[in-house]
Design a protein around this ligand. Structure first.
Ligand code: FAD
Length: 516
């Protein structure tokens, strides 16, 4: 049992100093503070079979973003008289070892609703309480406590955005962020018997640096998050008029949205601070847009998915997931590979998938396009396979939001209008008739005239020759023909929906999946 008054601050997400209740509590009335981050092999193991570097769980761009965020956190801690202690191994084992070896009376960490972290936390909390160590684990990754919303709804998560917003209540119910400034932190205590290091580089973690051009333009860390937030909120009219469905998914020089998602994912930015800044802007303008389309409304989408994910067993899979329609998706690995590797022959789709691999971020409607294309729109491949690709390559990859949106886009849950399909040709053309986005991410098509850039297989051979891009040689032919493929998909969806209606009566989940 511990005798001193040291605190261990276990950073997982929440990689920030500002509005960090766990850090604040850890630093109060403590002689020593141990700010710890554990490099978890679950996310780090390099995957030699993957097309681009990184582990099977996290691509290089996200790992780099994480390490940048840790370097930034370490710098901020150093300014406050502390530093980040980096350890490696299974996080629950490492934390238990630190609690055994170091002089710790308080263990503080942000509450996490993801099943992976819930399981870790049970182990760590079990040890701490048996050892008489105080545990403080506040909800600060989200605006609301998902458990409270579920309780208010009679024990079930709300399944529509509107019902979520009703339960969540008035925006004024969101508590005020903590003061933005911390003047100092207690010194780091004696770190005997545990191997502590500085923040490693990607190479030290066993990764090779990316090929040229695979660098995400977004740099990790709290400093960058706050800078980016300031840049967004100082455009008061832009914030006031923000309407998500009207943004241009093809804008790459200046994205149409904030690109704060990776910072929210790692908690480099407090969602509560972000929300409060938006409310301040709204108070000072005559008129502003409202949820669900407003910028504040986007943060409520995040809350919605966190709440449903927390309250739905097997949320990340089709089987055993009560809110997910059982659909006999195919297992076509060739089609999946063509989609993943940007070889579908549809330049709009392939450009988005290339942006995903190179940047780790794409606009929301671009994500809609490729998710619809892979699943109910064209290829009829299982949403879980697409989810895995996004999970690995997105820098903002987030368990609740990623799964929630794949369920939505595949018409497996939340949204059921499977007849509304994004055209892989006309949707992008509406925003970017010249095809600049395609030319940026698929340079092989850079000289294709704009008349053909969305359907290069229709260009006469003479034009293909002039553009130095022969379809079938330099750029693939379409893997499916959209008109017939989408018709077939709609038919299969109609059949699956009809069978799902019978699910409650005679057909079992197993029967539904096996019906192909
Ligand atoms: P902004 O429009 O500036 O919105 C501000 C914040 O609101 C975002 O940073 C995000 O935290 C939240 N937000 C916005 N849209 C949504 C939404 N639809 N659902 C939940 N929260 C939202 N977002 C992730 O953060 N991680 C993911 O893993 C992820 N996977 C997705 C998978 C699919 C198939 C789709 C269609 C969408 C996914 N999204 C995901 C949601 C959305 O596309 C991104 O949050 C958004 O594009 C991020 O850009 P931004 O920060 O500029 O958003």
């Amino acid at each position: 049992m511990s005798s001193g008054s040291g605190s261990l601050m276990w950073f997982r997400k929440g990689l920030r100093i500002h509005d960090n209740p766990a850090l604040e509590h850890a630093s109060k009335a403590s002689n020593f503070l141990y700010p710890v981050f554990v490099i978890d092999p679950h996310y780090m193991k390099p995957d030699p079979t993957a097309l681009s570097p990184g582990s099977s769980k996290a691509g290089l761009n996200r790992i780099r973003f994480l390490l940048q965020s840790l370097v930034d956190l370490d710098l901020s801690l150093k300014k406050l008289g502390s530093r980040l202690l980096v350890l490696k191994g299974d996080p629950s084992e490492v934390i238990v070892r630190c609690l055994k070896e170091w002089d710790v009376k308080k263990l503080c960490f942000e509450y996490d609703t993801e099943p992976y972290y819930q399981a870790l936390d049970v182990k760590v909390k079990g040890f701490a309480s048996a050892a008489g160590i105080e545990v403080f684990s506040p909800v600060s990754h989200t605006l609301f406590n998902p458990a409270e919303i579920i309780q208010k709804n009679g024990g079930r998560p709300p399944l529509s955005y509107q019902s979520f917003v009703k339960l969540a209540g008035e925006p004024s119910w969101i508590s005020t962020p903590l003061s933005m400034t911390l003047s100092s932190l207690p010194p780091v205590g004696n770190v005997a018997n545990c191997e502590v290091s500085e923040v490693p580089t990607v190479e030290e973690l066993g990764y090779e640096e990316a090929q040229q051009g695979e660098f995400s333009p977004f740099r990790g860390g709290e400093s960058e998050a706050l800078k980016r937030l300031r840049q967004s909120i100082e455009k008061k009219e832009w914030v006031a008029n923000f309407e998500k469905p009207k943004g241009d998914p093809s804008a790459f020089l200046k994205p149409a949205t904030t690109v704060l998602s990776p910072y929210l994912k790692f908690g480099c930015l407090s969602s509560r601070y972000f929300y409060t800044c938006l409310q301040d802007v709204q108070k000072n303008v005559k008129r502003h847009t409202l949820p669900p389309v407003s910028l504040a409304g986007q943060l409520l989408w995040r809350e919605f998915f966190y709440t449903v994910a927390f309250g739905t067993p097997n949320f990340d899979q089709m089987r055993g997931n009560k809110i997910c329609k059982q659909i006999p998706w195919n297992d076509d690995d060739k089609l999946l590979a063509a989609w993943r590797e940007a070889r579908t022959g549809y330049p709009w789709i392939d450009a988005i998938m290339t942006q995903l691999r190179k940047w780790g971020w794409m606009h929301h409607l671009a994500r809609h396009s490729v998710a619809c294309f892979l699943t109910r729109g064209d290829l009829f491949v299982h949403w879980e396979k697409g989810r895995d690709v996004f999970e690995r390559l997105l820098i903002d990859s987030d368990w609740a939001i990623n799964n929630g949106n794949w369920l939505w886009l595949s018409c497996s849950s939340f949204f059921y209008q499977y007849n509304r399909i994004y055209s892989p040709i006309s949707f992008g053309k509406k925003y970017d008739p010249n095809g600049d986005y395609i030319r940026q991410f698929l340079p092989v098509l850079k000289d294709m005239p704009k008349e053909y850039i969305y359907e290069p297989w229709t260009a006469p051979l003479s034009i293909q020759n002039k553009a130095k891009c022969i379809i079938g040689r330099d750029y693939p032919k379409p893997v499916v023909y959209h008109d017939s493929a989408s018709k077939e998909c709609k038919k299969k969806m109609a059949e699956a929906y009809a069978l799902n209606r019978k699910l409650t009566s005679s057909v079992s989940e197993e029967d539904l999946i096996n019906l192909r």
